[in-house]
Design a protein around this ligand. Structure first.
Ligand SMILES: *Cc1c(COP(=O)(O)O)cnc(C)c1O
Length: 312
C-alpha cells in the first residue's frame, strides 16, 4: 500500500492570521491539521517513514507510548487500522473507565492498551525495558513516545517543502522537539526556526534538538531557538488568558487551536510580536500541527472536575 495516497497535502493551505490587536509582522498558519481526518498534523510526517519501515521489515505490529490524551497514540491507532497493522499502546498511568475520547477512539481502531506506572514509564527508552517488551510481544516495531526517532525526523524534514511562499521564521510547538529537529535539518541553515515549549522546565529540549539534528545530518545548526516562556504552568495546563485567546482566534479566523500545543504556540508568537521580538514586516509561518482530537478529552476532564466541586 502506498501510505501517501490516503493523505491530501493540497488541503494544507497557508492562512493569514488576524489577531485581536494589530501587530507589525505577518503571521500565517500552515494548516497541516487538514490533510487527513485522523492522521494529520506533525504526527503524519513523523509516522510515514516508520510505517514504511514496518512494512518493508515485515512487522505486523507497531508498539508505542503515550499519555492518556496523546495525539500520537490517537494517530498511530488510526494508521494501524487504515494501513493494516496491529497496534499496542503503552499508556502512562492507571486505567480510567470509561475510556476518555482519545483512548476510546484508539480502542475502536483495535489498539491494545497496557497501563504502566509513571516510574516504569520513565524507563521506556532503556534497552532493558525495550528488550522486555520484545520478549513479551515478539516481532513488534517499537516507536518512541511522540513518534520521535530518526525516521520521524526524516518525515518532518519534508514539511518545509510544502511551504510555497517565502518566509523569515518557521515556528512549531515543541513536546519532544522531534518536529523542530526535522524542520531544522530540512531547511539546512536557511531561515530562522522557533520552537515554543509546551513543557515546563524543559531545558533538555535543547539537547534533544542538538542530538537529533546531529545524528541525522552529522552537522550542527544554529538558526534555531526554543522559547520557554509559554508553557502556562506545564504540559496540558491552561488558564483563562489562553482559552480566551484561543476563542478570539477562532472567531476572527475560523480556525481551531488546541490548548495543549498550537494554542500556546500562537499565543507565544502573538506575545513575542507585541514585545517587538521580530523585526517589522517579517513573515512568520506557524505550523498547525493538529491535536484537535485532544479538546474533547480536556472538556470531559473539566466537566468531571466541575461535578466533583459543585455536585457532591
Ligand atoms: C505531538 C505534538 C506536538 C509536538 O511535537 P514534537 O515533535 O514532540 O515536539 C506539537 N503539536 C501537536 C498538535 C502535537 O500533537
Amino acid at each position: 500500500m502506498n501510505f501517501e495516497n490516503e493523505i491530501d497535502l493540497s488541503k494544507a493551505v497557508l492562512q493569514k492570521i488576524i489577531f485581536p490587536d494589530q501587530i507589525n509582522v505577518n503571521v500565517f498558519v500552515k494548516r497541516l491539521d487538514l490533510i487527513h481526518p485522523y492522521i494529520n498534523g506533525n504526527k503524519w510526517f513523523k509516522l510515514k517513514y516508520n510505517l514504511q519501515y514496518a512494512k518493508e521489515n515485515n512487522y505486523k505490529t507497531i508498539l508505542t507510548f503515550g499519555g492518556a490524551f496523546s495525539n500520537h497514540i490517537h494517530a498511530t491507532s488510526a494508521a494501524g487500522k487504515i494501513f493494516g497493522f496491529e497496534t499496542i499502546g503503552i499508556i502512562r498511568g492507571e486505567e480510567h473507565l470509561p475510556l476518555n475520547p482519545t483512548l476510546s477512539f484508539a480502542s475502536k481502531n483495535g489498539m491494545k492498551f497496557f497501563y504502566v506506572s509513571r516510574s516504569d514509564y520513565r524507563k521506556k527508552d532503556s534497552d532493558e525495558y525495550k528488550n522486555n517488551l520484545k520478549k513479551k510481544f515478539g516481532h513488534v516495531l517499537i516507536i518512541p513516545e511522540g513518534g520521535s526517532n530518526l525516521l520521524a525526523i526524516k518525515g518532518a524534514s519534508e514539511i518545509p517543502n510544502l511551504i510555497e511562499n517565502d518566509f523569515d521564521y518557521l515556528v512549531t510547538a515543541c513536546g519532544t522537539a522531534g518536529t523542530l529537529s526535522g524542520l531544522i535539518v530540512g531547511l539546512q541553515n536557511r531561515k530562522q526556526l522557533l520552537g515554543i515549549s509546551v513543557l515546563k522546565g524543559a531545558a533538555f529540549l535543547n539537547n534533544n534538538v542538538k542530538n537529533f539534528t546531529y545524528e541525522f545530518s552529522k552537522s550542527s545548526f544554529s538558526n534555531w531557538k526554543i522559547i520557554f516562556d509559554y508553557h502556562f504552568g506545564g504540559y496540558a495546563k491552561i488558564n483563562y488568558d489562553l482559552i480566551s485567546f484561543i476563542k478570539q482566534i477562532e472567531k476572527l479566523n475560523d480556525i481551531i487551536l488546541d490548548p495543549v500545543y498550537t494554542g500556546k504556540m500562537l499565543f507565544g508568537v502573538y506575545d513575542l510580536a507585541k514585545k517587538n521580538y521580530f523585526e517589522k514586516n517579517k513573515n512568520i509561518i506557524c505550523l498547525h500541527t493538529g491535536g484537535i482530537q485532544g479538546i474533547d478529552g480536556m472538556k470531559q476532564k473539566m466537566l468531571l472536575m466541575q461535578n466533583l466541586l459543585y455536585n457532591i
